[in-house]
Design a protein around this ligand. Structure first.
Ligand code: ADP
Length: 531
């Protein structure tokens, strides 16, 4: 039994909402928090909230958030005993996890060996087949050329998917419906895979028609115990990327939940997994389910599981990293009520999801019963094109799905974002869509509806000042007139920001060894690293 090694200081190697999310967990555990930030994020919310903040380079991710060795060196220099990678960036980088391990800094995630295996679609499929986890029918080796791909596709039966062995983020993936389409699809998938991952190899999978995307949240400890915390329904996707997630799935009853949970636990155990992870499945209309991949990190959509299980997944990750064992309270966890998450992107959903960078002139987040915001921005922030455009996640909980959806509608009408466009209007439209309301979902549903134009409300009248986030006509008036306490709070906040702005953000020498301005200002003191 591994001994408990208390974390005293954790460095967060991320930005935006997930950095804030991890900060909150650290604060609850009374662990000192440190964040890295790029020059573009120097006035960002994580820097304001963290006990310590360190600039690690210019805006471009490759020169800042992706500098693995520099981040490990920084962790050592500041005496951090753990690094939390969040999601994206270095979170699924086995080399980075290995560098942390070698430096004696706890990587708040799984062992690097598990990341390595699950990072390859081909190798993970091989491992899953060996472990008796159902995978999508198809190959377990890359196909070397279009001719062998065509032979394999005929054997599987069209339609098929060509997928990058090293895949991720939907890159290097092509649907092929017949022999004629295959050579061009092979070339496209191979070259996209090569440019995205430096590895052009692709393999074949049977294309599952109109499946749901259902994934299982697992937790594993360092003593060999792995548990399932139930499923999330992530079928509402745009171009294979999730947009709305919920838990539980209306397509999953207790028996299927048990079987999918068992398969997910087998999958994770097969690679010696610990920490939080997600096993993704395609659920066919027949009720058969197939392993798609395992995400060896915290997912964007983890809050819906937290809302229906009451388990704080980031706190669990931290305690597991300390060596804690998963107790009986993690066994047979059943979902309570229903939770839905929508991702608020700085994009215009009705103009091809065009990026909408700019300054957030006004921001009002919804509150009230059953509403949670995991937000990474502040009013006054500049949304740049350097990073993922997700600003915030709105999560609602209700005793059942209809109640959760009513709350979602209410919360979306309370939300107000000015200065940039967001995807909020799309979610209000979805709340009037009969298929979404009836949970008749599949992974292509949203794309089909967007293509046909049927989602868009006739009265999506966005005012010329680029106000978004609300469909309530009463909300298009001057917000300043609407909410006097809000104005006072905004002004006080602006004053506080001005004070911070006047403080230097880098030390004279330009070194990274810099204390957070928030900490120096003594505004959020009180955390004692020693426990
Ligand atoms: P990536 O890792 O690049 O995101 P995934 O394997 O996770 O790729 O697949 C992403 C999405 O693509 C899935 O959620 C699903 O919508 C679709 N997809 C992937 N494989 C198949 C398949 N064999 N049949 C049908 N849809 C698929």
């Amino acid at each position: 039994m591994a001994t408990i090694r208390r974390l005293r200081k954790v460095l967060i190697a991320n930005r935006g909402e997930i950095a804030v999310r991890v900060l909150r967990a650290l604060r609850e555990l009374e662990i000192t928090s440190a964040v890295v930030y790029s020059e573009a994020d120097r006035a960002g919310l994580p820097v304001l909230l963290a006990d310590e903040a360190y600039c690690i380079g210019p805006a471009a991710s490759a020169e800042s958030y992706l500098r693995g060795q520099a981040i490990v060196d920084l962790a050592c220099r500041i005496g951090a005993d753990g690094v939390h990678p969040g999601y994206g960036f270095l979170s699924e980088n086995a080399e980075f996890a290995g560098q942390c391990e070698q430096a004696g800094v706890a990587f708040i995630g799984p062992p690097s060996s598990a990341i390595e295996i699950m990072g390859s679609k081909v190798r993970s499929r091989q491992r899953m087949v060996a472990a008796g986890v159902p995978v999508v029918p198809g190959g377990v080796e890359p196909v070397p050329d279009p001719e062998s791909a065509a032979a394999g596709a005929r054997e599987l039966g069209y339609p098929v998917m060509l997928k990058a062995s090293a895949g991720g983020g939907g890159k290097g993936m092509r649907l092929v419906r017949n022999d004629r389409e295959l050579p061009a699809a092979f070339r496209a998938a191979t070259s996209e895979a090569k440019s995205s991952f430096g590895d052009g190899s692709v393999y074949l999978e049977k294309y599952v028609e109109r499946p749901r995307h259902v994934e299982i949240q697992v937790l594993g400890d360092q003593h060999g115990k792995v548990v399932s915390l139930g499923e999330r329904e992530c079928s509402l996707q745009r171009r294979h990327q999730k947009v709305v997630e919920e838990a539980p799935s209306l397509a999953v009853g207790p028996e299927l939940r048990r079987r999918m949970g068992e398969a997910a636990v087998r999958a994770a155990s097969a690679v010696g997994y610990w920490s939080a992870g997600t096993v993704e499945f395609l659920l066919a209309s027949s009720g058969d389910f197939y392993f798609l991949e395992m995400n060896t990190r915290l997912q964007v959509e983890h809050p819906v599981t937290e809302m229906v299980t009451g388990i704080d997944l980031v706190i669990a990750q931290l305690q597991i990293a300390e060596g804690a064992a998963l107790g009986p309270e993690f066994d047979d966890v059943e979902p309570r009520g229903h939770a839905v998450e929508v991702r608020l992107y700085a994009e215009d959903p009705y103009h091809g999801f065009a990026p909408s960078p700019g300054r957030i002139r006004f921001l009002r987040l919804p509150e009230g019963p059953g509403v949670r915001n995991d937000c990474g921005v502040l009013e006054g922030d500049e949304v740049t094109i350097h990073y993922d455009p997700m600003l915030s996640k709105l999560i609602v909980w209700g005793r059942d799905r209809p109640e959760a959806l009513r709350r979602l509608g209410r919360a979306l009408r309370e939300l107000r974002v000015e200065g940039i466009r967001t995807t909020a209007p799309l979610y209000l439209d979805l709340l009037r869509d009969p298929d979404f309301l009836a949970a008749r979902l599949d992974i292509g549903l949203l794309d089909r509806k967007l293509a046909s134009g049927e989602l868009r409300r006739a009265e999506v009248a966005v005012d010329p000042a680029e106000t978004t986030g609300t469909g309530d006509p009463g909300e298009t008036e001057d917000p300043m007139a609407a909410d006097v306490p809000m104005i006072a709070a905004a002004l006080a906040y602006r004053d506080a920001c001005a004070r911070f702005e006047s403080a230097p953000t880098r030390s004279e020498s330009g070194s990274v060894d810099e204390r957070s301005r928030w900490r120096r200002a003594g505004r959020l003191g009180g955390l004692r690293p020693e426990r």
